[in-house]
Design a protein around this ligand. Structure first.
Ligand SMILES: NC(=O)c1ccc[n+]([C@@H]2O[C@H](COP(=O)([O-])OP(=O)(O)OC[C@H]3O[C@@H](n4cnc5c(N)ncnc54)[C@H](OP(=O)(O)O)[C@@H]3O)[C@@H](O)[C@H]2O)c1
Length: 288
């Protein structure tokens, strides 16, 4: 058994993946733009993840753009049969590294083909539609038209399952009227608990919830409670943050990101960390 096994597994589309996966976004250059500072190190992290049992990798062709997918292909193709690569569409990058919406049927078709080409795949296992976004986070707005465009690409056999990212509860409800939704990927961690109700709602429906920024994103989480629990359990604060998510709900699938093999191993070892009830209570207070 690898360390990644110890947190168990969960259904994602019609596959089953370990609950501790890997998020590849920060393998691209600074600001998720351009090539990585150290290409060999980025390839080594991807190979180490799969060697350690990771069977779920999160990516997008707009990371770089193209860079992260090309690294994944170079490091891992031909892919192991159990590896599920999840990508996302609905945005494109400006020349200044900005993030621009890309929701037209033609932009979505192009994005799916870019993902297929750069990953070297004939079909994408799961494609998340990155919903509307403003400076404050997810923004309301109909997702029916872009989802219908993705559903057409699904009928053509280019996509197996469709998910949502940065979705509000209203967008999830609307989306489920258009096509089956295989997963939701929103920002959520120990201190960002806006999606508590969404996590529970999806758990009741048996749909995976994949928190992005599980460690706080570009500024890793810091909290006195996290440090205190970590010291008591002889673990690191990042391991405790991941273990809290694993215990928070069985439908949570983790995709912590790192460009370091040492951090990768530390994060995967969180699968074996059991948080006592008292630690859960102390940590639950952080985000309230
Ligand atoms: N749907 C969306 O809109 C969206 C948005 C953002 C991200 N995502 C996805 O979510 C994944 C996870 O997000 P993320 O990678 O940005 O953020 P994250 O997983 O919350 O944190 C990554 C950051 O934490 C650091 N880190 C990782 N492990 C550590 C450890 N053990 N000790 C100390 N620091 C550690 C990393 O630095 P080092 O490299 O130095 O370890 C990196 O700066 C992404 O890879 C991407 O696939 C999706």
């Amino acid at each position: 058994m690898t360390s990644a096994d110890q947190a168990g597994s969960y259904r994602l589309g019609d596959r089953t993946v370990r609950r501790l996966g890997y998020g590849a976004m920060q393998l691209a250059g600074p600001g998720v733009f351009g090539p990585p500072r150290d290409r060999a190190a980025a390839l080594a992290v991807l190979r180490a993840a799969v060697a350690a049992g990771v069977d779920h990798i999160d990516t997008s062709d707009f990371y770089g753009p193209h860079v992260t997918n090309q690294l994944i292909r170079e490091a891992l193709a031909p892919y192991p049969g159990n590896l599920v690569i999840v990508t996302k569409v609905g945005a494109r990058r400006g020349a200044d590294a900005g993030w621009l919406p890309a929701f037209s049927a033609e932009e979505l078709r192009q994005a799916v083909h870019d993902n297929l080409r750069n990953l070297g795949l004939e079909a994408l296992e799961v494609v998340n539609l990155r919903c509307m976004f403003d400076a404050h986070g997810p923004a309301e707005g109909s997702v029916a038209a872009p989802l219908a465009a993705l559903a057409e690409l699904q009928r053509q056999g280019l996509i197996r399952h469709i998910g949502l990212s940065n979705a509000t509860a209203a967008q999830l409800a609307e989306a489920q009227g258009v096509c089956a939704i295989a997963c939701v990927q929103n920002q959520y961690n120990l201190v960002r608990r806006e999606d508590d109700a969404m996590v529970d709602h999806l758990a009741r429906a048996g749909i995976p919830y994949v928190p992005f920024f599980p460690l706080g994103g570009f500024s890793p989480l810091q909290s006195a409670a996290l440090s205190a629990v970590a010291a008591r359990l002889e673990a690191t604060p990042m391991q405790v943050a991941l273990a809290w998510l694993l215990r928070r709900s069985p439908n949570i699938l983790l995709i912590p990101g790192t460009a370091s093999v040492a951090h990768l191993r530390e994060n995967l070892a969180a699968a074996a960390l059991e948080l006592p009830d008292e630690a859960m209570r102390q940590l639950d207070e952080v985000g309230r």
